[in-house]
Each structure stands twice: as structure tokens, then as C-alpha cells.
Design a protein around this ligand. Structure first.
Ligand code: ADP
Ligand code: C5P
Ligand code: MG
Length: 221
């Protein structure tokens, strides 16, 4: 099959080849990645992508991209929410996530495993996911980077020296931690009740944390 898998034996008459059919039927397999600001979600997702066949989608990165996009009607709203450590209405975030997943799978049908980093961060996020993605994706588990708030703040302040982020300052961080405690922790607890949370001690070194992540991913398959 010259158009996709390269294996002539898999070609079927009048339809897509076997590999193509299998992947077309493949639902996105999703791991939600949660933890406080600075817990190391992005760092660990990069390590996972280097070692496993996952695509990393950070809700925060997608929102920052949308904020910067010329002509975006949501730029100002996103900017305010980020500075204030508030969660952007899910209609915006879910559309960005859905499009990113679709674009990824359209470019390469074998890329159906996603790390969705920083989502769902509150009840509104979760409801939006359930409404838009119901039946369209399988959430395998939540990878939870558990990290002391003080460590999180220190890491973000350190990152703030070079990140250029408008929210890596003490004032925004206090608000982000509050949002995390009030809105995100209950979502993690909800998934915990379903037996879907895999917790990692994220206060240790990047290598130590990744060793734990690896053990989880190898077990989950
Ligand atoms: P998040 O995506 O959860 O906000 P990041 O991965 O961006 O967190 O990490 C926040 C900051 O902390 C970055 O500057 C990163 O280099 C650093 N960092 C990440 N993991 C660790 C770790 N295990 N120990 C020390 N610093 C870390
Ligand atoms: O995950 P990250 O630290 O990049 O998120 C930065 C900010 O982006 C959050 O504090 C929040 O304002 C916004 N965000 C959001 N909804 C999400 C993820 C991030 O509003 N699901
Ligand atoms: Mg991040």
C-alpha cells in the first residue's frame, strides 16, 4: 500500500488498507496530567514523549498560543484569566484541545495517544470534556504530580526569571495555588474515587520523578 503502510499484503480491494482501517477506528487514548503549578507536568511530559509514543498537549500552552494569535477574539479574556490564575471557560479550551488532537491524528494516524497536560482543572473543564468528547476518546488514567505548594512556588519563581510568563510572579502564584486547591484538587479526588489516579511524588529530582513515571507507564501499557 503506497499511500500508507507500504505493505502490499494489507491492501484490500476498494477500501483503505488494514492498517489504515485499524487506525481510523482507533479512538484517542488520553492520559490527563495534573498537579500544582510548577509540579513538573511539562518537564515530565517532554521526557515521556522522548520515550513513549505519546503526543503532549498542554492546555496552558494552547491557551497562550490562542492569546498570541492575531485576530483571536479571546486574547484579552485569556490574558486576564492567566494573570489572575483563573480557569478560562471550557468552550475555548476544549475547542483548542479537540482541534489539536484532530490535527495530530490527521497528520499521522498512528498518533492516537495523548498526554493532556493541565486539564481538566475544574468542574467546568470536566463538564466540557464530557459534553464534547463523550464517546470520542478514552481517558485511561490521571497522572498526578503531587508536589508541596512551597516547592511549586519556588520552581515557578525560578522559571519566571527566564520564562517571560505573566503569571510566574508571587502575586499570580498565590492565586494559582488557591485555584489549584479549590478547583483542581476536587477533580483529582473525583478520579481517585474511580480508581483512575496514578500518583507520583513530584518533589524529587527530574530523573527520580521520571523513574516513577516510567514504572507507571510500563505497567499501564
Ligand atoms: P508545570 O508544567 O507543572 O507548571 P514545569 O515542568 O514547567 O511545571 O516545571 C516548572 C519549573 O520547575 C521549570 O523551570 C522546570 O525546569 C523545573 N522543574 C521541573 N521538574 C523539576 C524537578 N523535579 N526538580 C526541580 N525542578 C524542576
Ligand atoms: O498549565 P499552565 O501552568 O500552563 O496554565 C497556565 C494558566 O492557563 C492557568 O493558570 C490558567 O489561567 C490557564 N489554564 C486554563 N485552563 C486550563 C489550563 C490552563 O484556564 N485547563
Ligand atoms: Mg506546564
Amino acid at each position: 500500500c503506497s499511500s500508507c503502510c507500504g505493505l502490499i499484503l494489507l491492501k484490500t480491494v476498494g477500501g483503505p488498507c488494514l492498517l489504515k482501517r485499524v487506525s481510523l477506528e482507533m479512538k484517542p487514548q488520553v492520559v490527563f496530567v495534573l498537579g500544582g503549578p510548577g509540579a513538573g507536568k511539562g518537564t515530565q511530559c517532554s521526557r515521556i514523549v522522548e520515550n513513549y509514543s505519546y503526543t503532549h498537549l498542554s492546555a496552558g500552552d494552547l491557551l497562550r498560543e490562542e492569546r498570541a494569535r492575531e485576530g483571536s477574539e479571546f486574547g484579552q479574556l485569556i490574558d486576564n484569566h492567566i494573570k489572575e490564575g483563573q480557569i478560562v471557560p471550557v468552550q475555548i479550551t476544549i475547542n483548542l484541545l479537540k482541534k489539536a488532537m484532530e490535527d495530530t491524528m490527521q497528520k499521522d494516524e498512528t498518533k492516537f495517544r495523548f498526554l493532556i497536560d493541565g486539564f481538566p482543572r475544574n468542574e467546568d473543564n470536566l463538564q466540557g470534556w464530557n459534553t464534547v468528547m463523550d464517546g470520542k476518546a478514552d481517558v485511561k488514567f490521571v497522572l498526578f504530580f503531587d508536589c508541596d505548594n512551597k516547592v511549586c512556588i519556588q520552581r515557578c519563581l525560578e522559571r519566571g526569571k527566564s520564562s517571560g510568563r505573566t503569571d510566574d510572579n508571587r502575586e499570580s502564584l498565590e492565586k494559582r495555588i488557591q485555584t489549584y486547591l479549590q478547583s483542581t484538587r476536587p477533580i483529582i479526588q473525583l478520579y481517585e474515587k474511580l480508581g483512575k489516579v496514578r500518583t507520583v511524588d513530584a518533589s524529587r529530582s527530574v530523573d527520580e520523578v521520571f523513574a516513577e513515571v516510567k514504572a507507571i507507564l510500563d505497567k499501564e501499557g
